[in-house]
Design a protein around this ligand. Structure first.
Ligand code: ADP
Ligand code: GLC
Length: 487
């Protein structure tokens, strides 16, 4: 058998699991290389040299030294881990600082975020244009606004490398003031309605939306929603104008990392009945009583997107019906405070951990009867996929990728034996209460609940369906190029 010729992609992202992660973007960027390799595509992923990345690879090879990347010295380093083939942009003036990829220790956006991610984009454009030690990507895969300026820099260089922009979340635009254009080496000629201007500001996301050769987002439903004013966050018209180049490809999860049969963070199980010991440990860990009702969990960023204020309002009814809740999250200080208060008010029924803890999140999916995702909008969502994989019922709002991945346990779906969770209207406390009461009722019907759990655990959540779709899109773009790849 002949192995297919390996084709090359440069991916550009601000996060990549397991090295640096604030949300699902990192999981997806980290999982795509392994998913696409069997399709004949080798992805090299360019990430900023944050302290955690630099510390992980003390012996990374230096591939390029640039005295002047947007006025600053920078190097490109190479390192690999598992299926990840990383290019690291080492620019200490931009990335060597404590805090998250986007925020300082006090939780404020870094004042120079525009420059930090413009430099990432400029580095990517240079690599695409000039190659790196003889390696030339056939296309560049951009993730979110942090990679949005790549098509602008490529165009300014006169390069024609095709680009694919994946929209993980339209809520983040990467805005900066027009007087920063010179510092970012952006040509003012593109500062207009058809370029990267957005209501008087420079938008890195819009630059990508108008400039990339093709666009996609992370679920078919979100692809449709993005074209409407309710979800487009001011960019729905821009996306509608590119409808012919836009698609929705559902995210998968890494089913090797997320596997209840061999996950080192949990007590292993193959069947839903094996979750009992994990549930006991989880209740202990969160100081919850021995309950007979459903144990629901939330693992989430605490932001308006996630609808966790709606859950606070629905909580009393759920607890009254016998439910218990364990929440792990961090973000908006008001929500952190409100959730702490909820736990203090209902000890034994509600447990809350404010913070970020990867191993604890695994233990929560393993111990939970249900995972709640009441989002106002959700491009794809990964926690409902982990829920399915770990035999916890996802209780989700009918929006974006949540709507595409969970089958509601209504009478018809139960009769057909295909139900995997509970789906409710988004933005609505009464609908959420109703869903939580349905969860309690179903939980009381042990045989039915077990059947749904088994369906959930069988539901395909890996990359088998989506990897070929990315491969097809990559091939279409790479084959459309008019000039040969860089020298
Ligand atoms: P988003 O990217 O919008 O935050 P996703 O559902 O796509 O939402 O991905 C969230 C990812 O981040 C999941 O892997 C989830 O387990 C993880 N996560 C979110 N908050 C926490 C936390 N506080 N601790 C550990 N993992 C978290
Ligand atoms: C974003 C979205 C989330 C999606 C993730 C990965 O952060 O909010 O829904 O799953 O990106 O694509």
């Amino acid at each position: 058998m002949t192995t297919p010729k390996t084709r090359s992609v440069l991916a550009v992202a601000s996060e990549c699991a397991p090295l640096v992660k604030t949300g699902g973007l990192a999981d997806v960027v980290g999982a795509l290389p392994a998913a696409l390799a069997p399709q004949g595509w080798a992805i090299r992923t360019l990430v900023p040299g944050y302290p955690a990345v630099m510390a992980a690879f003390p012996r990374a090879r230096v591939l390029a030294e640039w005295p002047d990347l947007l006025g600053l010295p920078a190097r490109i380093l190479a390192a690999s881990r598992g299926a990840l083939d990383l290019l690291i942009l080492d620019a200490p003036a931009l990335y060597d600082r404590d805090g998250s990829p986007y925020l300082d220790a006090a939780g404020r956006d870094w004042a120079d975020n525009d420059l930090r991610f413009a430099a990432l984009c400029m580095a990517a454009a240079r690599i695409a244009q000039d190659g790196l030690g003889g390696w030339c990507p056939e296309l560049v895969h951009l993730h979110d606004w942090q990679a949005g300026l790549v098509p602008v820099y490529l165009a300014q260089m006169g390069a024609s490398t095709p680009t694919l922009l994946t929209i993980h979340n339209i809520a983040f635009h990467g805005l900066t003031k027009p007087d920063r254009m010179e510092r970012l080496a952006l040509s003012p000629a593109r500062f207009n309605m058809d370029g990267f201007e957005f209501f008087g500001q420079v938008s890195a996301l819009k630059a990508g939306l108008v400039g990339a050769s093709a666009l996609n987002t992370v679920s078919p439903t979100y692809a449709q929603e993005l074209m409407t004013p309710d979800y487009g966050m001011g960019l729905d018209g821009v996306i509608r104008a590119r409808a012919a180049d836009m698609s929705g490809i559902l995210n998968g999860i890494d089913t090797d990392v997320w596997d209840p049969v061999r996950d080192p963070a949990v007590q292993w199980y193959r069947l839903p009945s094996g979750k009992g010991v994990n549930a006991r440990l989880l209740r202990q860990e969160f100081g919850l009583d021995d309950g007979s009702g459903p144990l629901a969990v939330v693992v989430s960023r605490l932001s308006d997107q996630k609808g966790l204020d709606l859950l606070l309002a629905a909580l009393p009814d759920f607890l009254k019906a016998g439910g218990q809740l364990a929440l792990l999250g961090s973000g908006d200080p008001h929500l952190e405070q409100a959730w702490r208060a909820a736990a203090d008010a209902r000890p034994g029924q509600v447990g809350v951990r404010i913070g970020y803890d990867e191993a604890l999140s695994h233990r929560m999916y393993a111990g939970a009867d249900a995972v709640l995702v009441p989002s106002r909008f959700e491009p794809c969502g990964l926690t409902q996929l982990y829920a399915l994989r770990y035999g916890a019922l996802p209780v989700v709002a009918r929006t974006g990728g949540l709507a595409d991945t969970v089958i509601d346990a209504n009478a018809a779906a139960l009769a057909a034996g295909v139900a995997t969770g509970i789906v409710h209207a988004s933005h609505s406390v009464p609908a959420l209460v109703h869903a939580l009461l349905r969860l309690c009722a179903l939980h009381g019907q042990t045989a039915t609940f077990r059947r749904i759990q088994k369906n959930a655990m069988k539901h395909p959540v890996g990359w088998d369906a989506s990897a070929p779709l990315y491969a097809e899109l990559y091939a279409k773009l790479a084959d459309s190029r008019t000039m040969s790849p860089c020298p």
